[in-house]
Design a protein around this ligand. Structure first.
Ligand code: ADP
Ligand code: MG
Length: 305
């Protein structure tokens, strides 16, 4: 039996994330995998004497027996330290890092999928802020109003804003100054509506349409509702291409509706929650996820024999 480890964040314990961890443990069991749960605080990235190692006194035996690590975490320093020691992480530390930062995602996706027109907003320091908004004229002129401002790190729609005018853009920027952010063309044909496609390996295993009549953001956590959706070939190609380009094994991909419903990539989530997807579609993505891990881990194990 393949043994594995789930590594989650020690400090994130909301009902929604705990339910996700429970579902992952159950899914592994159903797939006949022995997967134990641990937290990132069980491990220490040891950087002494110019060497990077991973110390894990509490879980060292489990770690040495682990054929795979389901790294449900954004602690990429820990991820890299584990990879350095030869562990196979699902998802890899690099791919998680690319997804976590929305500007980095778009940088990495260069030339492979259609994205909204996007500009990185010039960086400033938290202690300095924006001493001039002159740069914003360029954004307004090139994107038109309204346009979207997003903090690079954010989720559940909480750090995504719509600037309806120059003044609103300045107010938003003032509010988030010091945080890395991007400015993006507002895809009006997708207002309050998008597709969440869950990719495992080479295919979309479940998808739903999310909508919100009262907000331009369709996130369920922000009041959006989910409906059934038959993924189109074009949407599936976009989701799988993005996932591969970012080096992910699995991810939740948000796709906007462009003109004539042409897919436009919104963002890629390395640690997407999937309870809403199960409620909307009846599909438990953990079945596909652990099948994939079993197949991939087996290949790795036999490769090393
Ligand atoms: N450029 C855009 N045009 C239209 N709607 C957008 C755009 N970017 C984001 N949205 C809406 O806002 C939601 C949240 O944005 P997203 O980039 O996915 O951030 P988060 O990580 O918070 O989910 C999306 O699901 C979508 O409904
Ligand atoms: Mg999103």
């Amino acid at each position: 039996m393949i043994k594995g480890l789930l590594i989650v964040n020690a400090f994130l314990n909301t009902e929604a994330v705990t339910a996700t961890y429970d579902a992952l443990l159950l899914g592994a069991k159903r797939a006949g995998l022995e997967m134990n749960r641990s937290v990132n605080a069980d491990y220490f990235v040891d950087m002494a004497d110019g060497k990077v190692k991973c110390s894990s006194p509490k879980v060292s035996e489990q770690l040495s027996e682990a054929g795979f690590i389901l790294f449900w975490n954004k602690d990429v320093f820990l991820g890299r330290a584990l990879e350095r020691e030869g562990h196979r992480l699902f998802n890899s530390a690099a791919s998680i890092e690319y997804c976590d930062n929305k500007a980095l995602t778009f940088e990495k996706l260069e030339g492979v999928v259609r994205t909204p027109k996007t500009f990185k907003i010039p960086m400033t320091f938290e202690t300095v802020g924006y001493t001039s908004f002159e740069f914003e004229t360029f954004l307004g002129d090139n994107l038109g109003y309204p346009y979207v401002i997003k903090e690079c790190y954010g989720s559940y729609g909480g750090q995504v804003y719509l600037a309806g005018s120059r003044t609103q853009a300045h107010d938003i920027l003032k509010h988030i100054e010091g945080k890395e952010c991007i400015a993006q063309e507002f895809i009006d044909t997708s207002r309050g509506r998008d597709i969440r496609a869950y990719v495992v390996g080479d295919r979309v295993v479940a998808s739903m349409v999310r909508s919100n009549a009262n907000d331009f953001r369709s996130n369920i956590a922000n009041g959006g509702s989910a409906g059934r959706h038959e993924i189109t070939k074009e949407q599936e190609k976009m989701a799988v291409t993005a996932v591969h380009k970012l080096g992910l094994d699995f991810a939740g991909v948000d796709i906007l509706f462009g003109a004539d419903d042409e897919p436009v990539l919104c963002e890629v989530n390395s640690n997407a929650q999937f309870r809403g997807l199960k409620e909307a579609t009846g599909t438990d993505i953990t079945d596909a996820l652990f099948d994939y891990i079993k197949n991939t881990s087996c290949i790795n194990i036999s490769d090393t024999l």
